[in-house]
Design a protein around this ligand. Sequence first.
Ligand SMILES: [Cu+2]
Length: 141
Amino acid sequence: MFTSKKLFVVLTIVILMLTACGSQGNSNEVKITLTEFGIESSQTSFEVGVPYHFVVTNNGAVEHEMMVMPPLTEDQMGMGMSMNQMDEMALAMVEASDLQPGKTASFDYTFTESAPSGTIEFACHTPGHYESGMKLPITVK
Ligand SMILES: [Cu+2]
C-alpha cells in the first residue's frame, strides 16, 4: 500500500514535468512587426525541421505584406517582377489583404533546408516598400 502510494506520487511528479516540457515545446513563436518602412523580428536565426509559428503585426499606417523569400537582385528589381513571380519565389507569405494597418495575422512554417546569411530574408513587396527598407535578412541552419 505504502509503495504504491509512493509510486503514485512519483508518477504524478513525472507527469507534471512532462507537461511542463510539452508546453515549452509550443513556444517557437516568432513575433514580427511591420512599419514604414522596416521589419522587426523577435528572432532572425532559425533551425531546419523546427515548426515555427509566425505572428505578424502591421504597426504601420498603410497595408503591408510579409514574405519569406530570397533577396531580389538589382536586375530583378529593375525588371519589375510581377506579383505572381514573387509569390512563386516565396517560401511562405501573408497577403497584404490580411495585413491592413493595425491587423495581426499568423502562419506556421517549418524550414526544410538550411540557408546561409544573404540567401533568405523577410520582405514586404508592396510596391516601393522593399526599396524603402522593408527587408530583414535571416539565416536557417
Ligand atoms: Cu510594406
